[in-house]
Design a protein around this ligand. Sequence first.
Ligand SMILES: Cc1cc2nc3c(=O)[nH]c(=O)nc-3n(C[C@H](O)[C@H](O)[C@H](O)COP(=O)(O)OP(=O)(O)OC[C@H]3O[C@@H](n4cnc5c(N)ncnc54)[C@H](O)[C@@H]3O)c2cc1C
Length: 457
Amino acid sequence: MSHFLQEWGVTRVTFEQDPEPIWQDRDMKVKSLCERQGVECIEKVSHTLWDPHRIIEENGGSPPLTYAAFNQVAEIVGLPEKPVPNPDFEGISLPVETDHDQKYGIPTLSSLGIEPESEEQASPCCRYMGGETKALKLLLSRLENEKKAFALDLSLPNQLYPDLVGMPMSLSPHLRFGSMSIRKFYWALRCSYAQVHPNSPIPASITSQLIWREYFYCMSVNNPKYNCMEGNPICLNIDWYNNEENFKRWKEGRTGFPWIDACMRQLVQEGWIHHVCRHAVSCFLTRGDLWIDWQKGLEVFDRYLLDADWSVCAGSWMWVSSSAFENVLQCPRCICPVRYGRRMDPTGNYIRRYVPELKDMPMRYLCEPWKAPLKVQEEANCVIGIDYPAPMVDHREASKECKEKMERIKNQCKGVPHVAPTNETEVLSYMWLRKNTVENIEESIHETCSHLNTVSL
Ligand SMILES: Cc1cc2nc3c(=O)[nH]c(=O)nc-3n(C[C@H](O)[C@H](O)[C@H](O)COP(=O)(O)OP(=O)(O)OC[C@H]3O[C@@H](n4cnc5c(N)ncnc54)[C@H](O)[C@@H]3O)c2cc1C
């Protein structure tokens, strides 16, 4: 790094704030290196629409407790700044030497010791290309689609899988790595709505997904244990099952529920799945069917998702598993892996694409192939238990059991804050919840109080 700074005559480095501890650690190192080299360091907030610290300050020193409260505070803070051209970069061109790629080219994955885990991973149906040029093209086609939806007053979901030419439509990996500016995306969505409906106010739903991202960022800032259950002041300590075999079947897409398996296989092969798929598989793993720790699911998402984002991913897992946020006090309905699959994939094309064993299974049985008569299974060349697994749980039974457990936890939660405790009474109620796992209550109260002191929420 110091070699590059010198060779390129760098005098100023700008970087953006990120709440993830490893990036904060990296920033500290870069800053001290730059200081030693006499290079100026400028820290900007450009990865989020608003500075999370500003939101916290406006909310009286703690993060807004709910998504609705977040929106109210954001309204007070005002609309996010519009992107402006950066004069620092105008007219800049970098001379590229003939041996540029040799000296500075991106190393291959195998030179870093990373090999594909499967044939599908080695040649996936779609490839995400990095860089702002690609991201801007993607934004344009995305806006065209959105405009059609705005004109019909529809909220058009992104497609479940890349289009026929293998082009992904999702911008999330670009947002994650900064090759698409979040402010540009936000303002582009608002402007294209305004073009279609010039005389109407812009509905909040147009940008609501981006605001969820902001909310999770705001909740994670100042909380280094945000991606953990233990020591994370906003997360309930739930006694999840530790069942390695069940976890492995979920991870490998061998649950016997075609919709869940299609989602998990797409994730591992392509590094991206649609929000409805993320929701379905995370609910299935945790409070829906298997009652397995959300942190295990988070590890898998973190490994395979191209848009894996410390704040959003951990926040979403806590949300879906009812471990934090508003969901702690609610008992949301479990997702049925059969009915939901049928609703989301009415043609069956998605399941057939990622679970080819079932490609000839008639639509009627596609989401629950174990119900197909043996003759139908034989005709479809897919005998359940031989060519494709039988369902690993009885969903009705498993979800009933999970729901009862969740109800018990929620009853214990009555009167307990659903996010970080902010005073001593709340700490005491919080400890009540944790007493099943912490033997010495006094010690645990002390532990949580010190969290409150160290984690300045
Ligand atoms: C268990 C689980 C884990 C998730 N992990 C991640 C993750 O690691 N990284 C990530 O970017 N998104 C994550 N999401 C949120 C969401 O599923 C993805 O952002 C979305 O599917 C990306 O596709 P898109 O770009 O087409 O999204 P769009 O619908 O076009 O949304 C645009 C952007 O808004 C943000 N966004 C969208 N939905 C949400 C949401 N529910 N919560 C917070 N931000 C949102 C993302 O930055 C996304 O790129 C997760 C959701 C769940 C349920």
